[in-house]
Design a protein around this ligand. Structure first.
Ligand SMILES: NC(=O)c1ccc[n+]([C@@H]2O[C@H](COP(=O)([O-])OP(=O)(O)OC[C@H]3O[C@@H](n4cnc5c(N)ncnc54)[C@H](OP(=O)(O)O)[C@@H]3O)[C@@H](O)[C@H]2O)c1
Length: 253
């Protein structure tokens, strides 16, 4: 029986998630994409290449139904003969930007729901629901340099990513005693030209004093494309250097 890699990717509709999904539309992979909007091009490409790609539209800021979301996901893979089962916690937001006292309270809560609580609950459900699976199991959390360095105006983003890094280390430690452990790592992709970078460039210097530096990155061609980034990340995902508990920074600047 043919073996499959099943890869669950959040935030597959655009940006880095789209780049990763694009790089993984290959024979032998089954992709399960989660985001609020569907990416029709990815679906069409998958049909052309005869690759199974399922799309689930879900708003990850709504965390109470994440267990149900993962039940739907696991229904799609229950009869598969798996080589690797992978979860990519990629979906993320940057707003609110600005000194914390100027940020909207609901927006701070929504940010932490999407960037930290949702990945934690997805990780929990992934581990629970795949407990008896004997295949290689991996979780990749999309982190950032902001997880390890404070940035003026990014208190939500830095806190969420720092939390994600720490969750990665704790879960890696917990999984060491499991019979069929899940490997988990955090990865900072570098600086990639996506809507998130456009958001950074459109803030005011009062909200984010480092704005000029990010405009300069764009003007001097320092930003990486989502295609190149997606390819690099997909190689880490499927490769044999996936070190549980680690934080890998792919920044090239
Ligand atoms: N770009 C960079 O330079 C950079 C650097 C370091 C780290 N990162 C990290 O890389 C990841 C991807 O960032 P990106 O630059 O590709 O961002 P992006 O272009 O803004 O894309 C964000 C993705 O997340 C999804 N998403 C946002 N809110 C969601 C929600 N409530 N529910 C479900 N999905 C949601 C979006 O899909 P929908 O809008 O369709 O829901 C979209 O697919 C993030 O975790 C980010 O922090 C990016």
């Amino acid at each position: 029986m043919t073996k499959f890699n099943c890869i669950i990717i959040t935030g597959a509709s655009k940006g880095i998630g789209e780049g990763i999904t694009n790089a993984l539309i290959n024979t032998g992979n089954h992709l399960i994409c989660i985001s609020r909007t569907e990416n029709k091009e990815l679906k069409e490409k998958a049909i052309k290449k005869k690759v199974q790609l399922d799309y689930i539209q879900y708003d990850l800021s709504y965390t109470p139904d994440i267990d149900k979301l993962m039940t739907v996901v696991f229904e799609k893979i229950k009869d598969k003969n798996l080589d690797k089962l992978i979860l990519v916690n990629n979906a993320g937001v940057l707003n609110p930007i600005g000194p914390i006292e100027t940020c909207d309270s609901d927006e701070i809560q929504r940010h932490i729901s999407i960037n930290l609580i949702a990945p934690m609950l997805l990780t929990k459900e992934f581990i629970l629901k795949s407990k008896s699976f004997k295949c290689e199991k991996r979780i990749l959390n999309l982190s950032s340099g902001a997880a390890v360095n404070p940035y003026f105006g990014w208190s939500s983003y830095c806190s969420g990513k720092a939390g994600l890094n720490m969750m990665t280390k704790c879960v890696a430690m917990e999984q060491q005693r499991e019979k069929y452990p899940v490997k988990i790592m955090a990865l900072a992709p570098g600086i990639i030209e996506t809507d998130m970078q456009k958001t950074i460039r459109s803030t005011t210097e009062e909200q984010f004093p480092l704005k000029k530096k990010f405009v300069e990155f764009k003007e001097t061609g320092k930003l990486e494309s989502t295609e190149v980034s997606g390819k690099k990340i997909s190689e880490v995902l499927l490769g044999d250097k996936f070190e549980s508990g680690s934080y890998l920074d792919l920044i090239t600047l």
